[in-house]
Design a protein around this ligand. Structure first.
Ligand SMILES: [Zn+2]
Ligand SMILES: [Zn+2]
Length: 159
């Protein structure tokens, strides 16, 4: 029973992180924290970006939840913390490696989901300004991008 509770909490926390990331991206990164996010849109050719500070910031609540959960014997907090860390890892693999190729890996990985997620994020990057951007989500993709991926069998991989 406990295992089921932990599993459900893990999944819920992971999904909640996508919502938190969407909210942060739309209203903070493209809001008053645009200065930190801008180089990811304009000049993301360096090894590190100011935008990477967001990953550092996001890791703090994750670490605190894991640490406090273990220290004070409150496993639910640790489970939520591990879910946040798992989201961060998934985000890094999909966003930083697969889409932006910051490390040359998974170049030829291909699936309907990967096509859709890449397309969705490319649409976000079409805009190099703070305003008028769209597609703020990361791992959960609007179904129209799946439809685009499915309807075009010669879908441009760079799409
Ligand atoms: Zn953005
Ligand atoms: Zn990006």
């Amino acid at each position: 029973m406990e295992f089921l509770l932990y599993t459900l909490l893990f999944i819920a926390s992971f999904l909640l992180m996508e919502f938190v990331a969407w909210l942060t991206h739309k209203y903070l990164m493209h809001g008053f924290l645009w200065k930190m996010h801008k180089d990811h849109h304009v000049n993301n050719k360096g090894v590190l970006e100011h935008n990477d500070w967001f990953s550092v910031l996001f890791s703090i609540p994750s670490f605190l939840c894991i640490y406090c959960g273990l220290e004070y014997n409150y496993p639910l907090a640790s489970v939520a913390g591990f879910a946040m860390a798992a989201y961060g890892l998934a985000y890094f693999l999909v966003h930083d490696i697969f889409i932006h190729q910051r490390i040359k890996l998974f170049r030829n990985a291909d699936s309907m989901y990967l096509r859709a997620v890449r397309r969705s994020h490319r649409i976000h990057h079409k805009n190099t300004e703070r305003e008028h951007a769209q597609s703020f989500g990361f791992l959960i993709v609007n179904k129209k991008y799946f439809q685009q991926a499915a309807s075009n069998s010669l879908f441009d991989k760079k799409g």
